[in-house]
Ligand binder design. Sequence first.
Ligand SMILES: Cc1cc2nc3c(=O)[nH]c(=O)nc-3n(C[C@H](O)[C@H](O)[C@H](O)COP(=O)(O)OP(=O)(O)OC[C@H]3O[C@@H](n4cnc5c(N)ncnc54)[C@H](O)[C@@H]3O)c2cc1C
Length: 398
Amino acid sequence: MNLDFTADEQAFREEVRAFVRDQLPAPIRHKVLNGLHLTKQDHVTWQRTLHDQGWGGPSWPERFGGTGWDPVRQYIFEEECAAGGAPRLIPFGLKMVAPVIMAFGNATQQQRYLPKILAAEEWWCQGYSEPGAGSDLASLRTRAERIGDRYIVNGQKTWNTLGQHADWIFCLVRTDLDVKPQRGISFLLIDMRTPGITVRPIITMDGAHEVNEVWFENVEVPVENLVGEENQGWTYAKFLLGHERTNIAGIGIAKRELARLKRIATIERKRGRPLIDDPLFAAKLAEVEIDLTALELTNLRVLSAEAEKRAPGPEASILKIKGTEIQQAITELLVQAVGPYALPYRREALEAGYQQDPVGPAHAASLAANYLNMRKLSIYGGSNEIQKNIISQQMLGL
Ligand SMILES: Cc1cc2nc3c(=O)[nH]c(=O)nc-3n(C[C@H](O)[C@H](O)[C@H](O)COP(=O)(O)OP(=O)(O)OC[C@H]3O[C@@H](n4cnc5c(N)ncnc54)[C@H](O)[C@@H]3O)c2cc1C
């Protein structure tokens, strides 16, 4: 196993760095580097910029219009994008439903949906979780009854991220009530404009509208929107979750935020001296940096195994747990670094164009809201407790 980057990979890193520096619009970079809110248009603009360059599908195979990059190049790409202040790619289309459509969808579905995902012409969201079906996803109850050439869908999904922007939702629905729960689930692609769908915002504790409830009332879905076979949806659902988890370590983002933390700790002062020189704070900073370096090496080992065509197994759970813990620890230290200036809550300060004088230093405005928002990391994508169960069963044999 070789964890050093080759000369080709280093050259590729330089190419991506230069591209992000030259092509990422400055207002978007400013928002990302300062923890401000991005609009739908910001995400669409960046995805289209990448698409024009032929980089719209960094994890896709070439035959579907992707880059065909190996996992190491994908990693370098994500790291450089994060460092350069590019928005995170919205995963629901690119990294979740697209691999399912590629692996299990038919040719018509591949031609219909994949190009529009690449070109950011259609925005997708994920309809898995329900009240009462999160960790225990197989107990989901949203029902799809087949009548002729349509499914009639009734039920409720929850924690639906950015569904207020979405054109399409991929949904797990129950199509057979009389079998073991996992055997009666199907995977449907549903147009969000179909009559009978209602999207209701859920406002999270940071005051943001990022998640929603989605209600289905006699929603008619053509049978051609079924992916794969009826009642085999659990297999496709698990395949998708594997993709969701490997992308969640967020090392590039953690490195960027750690650099921001160091910048802020250099500006902030404690007893007249830069906070970064305070032994207690410096020790906490060192601890999180050591954890991040260790996680990066673990991630590179997983990538190296992947490059040798060994698929990531329960290691993905380690990446998820440690990656999210580190990101949360950094947001915690950021709040500590600015002390009482993290307390004033001015949501408007997170929107572009906000002109008023900040309470305290400008870099403090977004920190408390981001700290609160980042609590979600250990819950979504399969909660960290569930990841620990996976590690204990599959790696430790407990
Ligand atoms: C911000 C955010 C965005 C999300 N976005 C989406 C989305 O776009 N689409 C979507 O479908 N879902 C989404 N989710 C849902 C997410 O996947 C679920 O919240 C998650 O799977 C946990 O399910 P739950 O909320 O029902 O919690 P529960 O399953 O009720 O768990 C509650 C607590 O009990 C623990 N627990 C449960 N079972 C066990 C067990 N067997 N052993 C040990 N501990 C256990 C959990 O770890 C957790 O701490 C999102 C969630 C959040 C918070």
